[in-house]
Write a protein of this length. Structure first.
Length: 296
């Protein structure tokens, strides 16, 4: 009986030691990965950015983290905050438009908005150009019963009112592809094909698409083929884990190294911005990891 108790105690000790060893190894690997990401020179094939809204920290703190990691850009910053980017020698690869008159649901597919949108966007074009930035985000708006054809025609008419002005200022308007299945119900520019047809209808070199990988995986999948087939109409990319829009690690269904390789092979010179919402407490560690995954 004494021998049996001793054997059980030994098994418990071994198991405890093994668990402790595994935990320490896991922590060590995490710390090593974190330290490796911070300050290590990135490979330069992908121009990285990160979306400001995803992180529950002040913009100044995100800028400091981005600089440490080697990210040269913060996405979706309003012009009123450009001075913070400049303090850290960062750019905004995709400028936000956060006015009260319009947004994702109220966009260029409704002619009733065109007058206000023209005034509004000329102001944002001026601010973007003044800062030396080049890409300004825009949206189609919700369908509200519009056919695809009528939506394209309305967007074309509205955008053509401001694209010549933007061209003079060397600014590109970039319409984001969003999913209407989970996050943005009834949004019209919800498939690559629709966005491409709008680009063709407008025929202006300073109107392109923001291909959001998360959104398009939800709507249509076939991400790599669509990137290869339509890359000439794409000015910018956003990431995000599917499902859930969290980390782009092994917990989700997309393999981002292959997607980044496909983007690079098209000759893309723009930026790829991380737009996942961190599920882990250490948000910057998640950002470090995502940059390493995408830095092919």
């Amino acid at each position: 009986m004494h021998e049996e108790n001793s054997r059980r105690e030994m098994i418990k000790k071994v198991a405890t030691m093994a668990l402790a060893s595994t935990t320490l190894t896991s922590l060590a690997n995490r710390v090593s990965a974190h330290d490796l990401a911070v300050g290590e020179a990135l490979k330069g094939k992908i121009n990285h950015s990160v979306c400001a809204w995803c992180y529950n920290i002040p913009l100044d703190s995100l800028c400091k983290a981005a600089k440490q990691i080697g990210i040269p850009s913060i996405d979706l910053v309003d012009p009123k905050d450009f001075a913070i980017l400049k303090q850290h020698d960062l750019i905004c690869a995709m400028v936000a438009t956060n006015g009260p008159e319009w947004g994702i649901t109220r966009g260029f597919n409704n002619p009733a908005h065109h007058d206000k949108l023209e005034e509004y966007f000329k102001h944002y074009i001026d601010e973007t150009a003044k800062a030396g930035f080049t890409n300004l985000i825009c949206f189609s708006g919700n369908r509200n019963g519009l056919s695809d054809e009528q939506g394209i025609e309305n967007c074309k008419k509205g955008l053509q009112r401001i694209l010549p002005y933007a061209e003079k200022k060397k600014v590109t308007l970039v319409m984001e592809l969003l999913n209407s299945k989970v996050d943005h119900h009834d949004y019209q520019c919800d498939h690559t094909a629709w966005g491409v047809e709008l680009c063709k209808a407008i025929g202006a070199p300073n109107f392109k698409l923001l291909y959001d990988i998360y959104h398009m995986q939800i709507m249509e999948g076939d991400v790599i083929r669509n990137i290869r087939d339509h890359h000439q109409y794409i000015a910018h990319y956003h990431t995000g884990g599917v499902p859930g829009r969290h980390e782009i690690d092994e917990t989700q269904e997309l393999y981002y190294p292959a997607i980044m390789k496909a983007i690079y092979e098209t000759g893309f010179k723009g930026h790829v911005a991380q737009e996942f919402v961190p599920a882990h407490a250490d948000q910057i560690a998640s950002l470090n990891q995502a940059i390493q995954i995408c830095d092919i």
